[in-house]
Design a protein around this ligand. Sequence first.
Ligand code: FAD
Length: 389
Amino acid sequence: MNHVVVVGAGLAGVRSVEALRARGFGGRITLIGEERHRPYDRPPLSKGVLLGETDSTVVDSDLDALEVDFRAGVSAKGLHPGVVETTEGELAYEGLVIATGARPIRLRGDGPQHVVRTIDDALRLRSLLGRGTRVAVIGAGWIGAEVATAARRAGCAVTVIEAADVPLSAALGQVGAYTAAWYAEAGVDLRLGTMVASVDQGGLTLADGSAVEADVVVTGVGVRPATEWLAGSGVRLDNGVVTDEHLRTSLPGVVAVGDCAAWWSRRYGVRLRVEHWDTALGAPDVAAATLVGDVAVYDPVPYFWSEQFGHMVQYAGYHDGARLIRRGDPEAEGNTRWAVCWVTEDDRLAAVLSVNRPRDLVQGRRLIEGGRRLDVNRLADPAIALRDC
Ligand code: FAD
């Protein structure tokens, strides 16, 4: 193999280049990305960037030393076996990494609608946040909560509209209810169980016909894998690019990583697509191994974090079908440090969510990876370290 093309110059793309070189690949590498920026990290966009603490989140990667032909502002438009069609012509490859990430979903309506996916989005939104600005955030998910945090910090009047009956419901189910109080404490008007019909000039129209007036509308209702360019290519798509545990797609010599990849998890026996930073960081090494003919399996315990309303929220694991055990009472007045664990039928840790308890996260992650049985009575006692349960 002499030429690898990496499509998508986000974290997963640039890590793929690094991983190929680290595994000794000495051929040509071309990295194309539709944004006109060097690869950068996205988690700070809705945190430090919106808060005005930083303007740049460029990934610390020496593209010259990696001897990569980096082409910014170039998009892939289509794929045939051996050839990527781009906005600047055809690009032949022998190995291909698909790392095109995901794109935010937008809602109906002709009103201006902000999303936070790119550095340009974040800087544009930041310039609009000021004292008294009325901001309507659609969606009380991870991004919505972080945008609301930053907007309140800037002195905006913030309304968050969420269709589900709790925040963070897609990721955490009813456990998300424990975060609802944070909105009120921060002075955010959180409206649960409320559907938005459309985004209009001057605000929103709700499904019941009423209006929410706003100067700025931010839509944070999730993303879709950026795979439209792969239609008809022979790459199997099903909620992202379908891969096996080696991150191989259905086309020979083609692997996929990061937000766009739905990989087979040996650990959980299901296909997972995880839209989090840790996946974009970790998967590329396995993809690079697969391309250069080494044998590696991608089988992580998924991990992510969020910083919202002054709380560090961290999650590791996969809790489908597991039962919940609370470590401390999240609803107790003044309790800002709590965790919940999910355990399997045979008392092994499946997942942990920690709020301002980073040690629980670190120890919980190890317990999940190790897979030993726990004493669940001890687990419920926040005074006992997780590793001693
Ligand atoms: P991306 O970062 O989306 O990069 C893909 C790149 O491919 C993009 O630059 C895109 O423009 C480009 N591209 C798309 N289509 C094409 C095409 N056809 N041709 C060429 N290029 C193309 N995760 C956490 O774990 N914790 C957090 O706190 C957290 N906060 C976040 C905050 C924000 C605002 C956002 C947006 C994400 C956050 N994430 C967080 C998620 C994390 O940033 C993503 O999981 C990660 O960026 C995924 O990396 P990726 O390289 O797979 O995709």
